[in-house]
Design a protein around this ligand. Sequence first.
Ligand code: IFM
Length: 469
Amino acid sequence: MTPVNPLKNIKKFPDNFVWGVATSAFQIEGAAAEDGKGPSIWDTFCRLPGVIADGSNGDDACQHYRMWEQDLDLIADLGVDAYRFSVSWPRVRPGGAGKWNQHGLDFYEKLVDGLLVRGIQPYLTLNHWDLPDELQQQGGWAHRDTVHRFVEYARGMAKRLGDRVASITTHNEPWVMAMLGHESGIFAPGIKDRGTAMQVSHHLLLSHGLAVQALRADGVSSKLGIVLNLSPMQPASAAQADIDKTRIEDGCLLRWYMDPLFKAAYPADVMEYLGKDAPAIAAGDMHAIAEPIDFLGVNYYTRGVVSAQGAWDSKSSGLELTDMGWEVYPEGLTELLVRMNRDYELPPLYITENGGAFKDRFEDGRVHDVRRTDYIARHIAAMVDAMNQGVRMEGYMVWSLMDNFEWASGYEKRFGIVHVDYHTQVRTLKDSALWYREFLRKHKAERKTPAKADQIAWANEPATVLTGA
Ligand code: IFM
């Protein structure tokens, strides 16, 4: 299988477009209790029986806390422009409030400087789910005080690193933290209550807006934004019940976050649907949430298909599935981006995560992960299709740099373009990493005439998917 040429129909690329790879602290760092780090809700959650598929935890993960220099060399070797990583809040401020941990701060300081020395732009995320457990004991994200603890944390990190990081993301995927952590309870902290989940979503959004306001007031020059996990929602059939349910599912996933961020209001139909589970909102909250941002990150993996009959079986579509059981559906990315661009006044967009878990075979020192390569190439082509239709994109980041702790799936699911042997911690570039490196090398060589993003003459036709040789 020859991967598609993702940029076939693009004549020029925005000069400022950033290619990267992404990870998060809990999923790779390990060193769960080293050098003064406090426990996060995920450290605690992993101890509960039966919640992680393989019974594992993040104690060691990829030992990135110890191997960070080697990992930065690996990233540099890929030829990417940017590395998206997250800071572990309990590593830098173990109790979530009070004393800061110098060792933790030094670690991120070294990481950022190490990236800059290697010519890689640091894209920092403040909250990729690992809330300090001590804050959870006081009510966690359901408790309004946590909003203010987050703003303090954001200010502390920006004071320390804001002069060197290209961008600061407040939260990664608030829907996941709110709903999987507090409604279904399959993620930390394991609460199962819809009203709590909706209050959490409001507090996450509020803390985002207040943090952006505070960092701006502090004169932080990094680009500020948030990252949402989004999918186009499609009805399983033309039946009215499926169409109605699809509208609500889209409302809960996309409009619940996009409307407050860009229209300063929650969607009325979702508020009505929630009834008593709707969150308490104080005066001024919506205005704070809608504080303008410099970029919006979109994490895209698949579409959602909605049936009023209950959970929809992804196997029934006949589409290729990843090891997560998610349909490979690149055209959904084009559809999503074009729709967002139509319905909202958007800042520049980044694909901050995109990639696939596949069953890899490590043979003779190689991983021939053709399906992952194909997945990535087709999704870049789908992003280009959206760019050709006027969507302003400024970056694309592969999830993930390396195999890592995939939350409730433990280490069983591998998303990396770099293989990790968890016994030896040896890293090996999979074929997808070799392809990405070569793709970037060629693409950069072709970028002869730098042009401003708004002066680009885009090709009219969408990028063609190439199959065969
Ligand atoms: O591994 C996660 C990541 O932490 C957040 N976005 C989705 C990825 C794959 O499930």
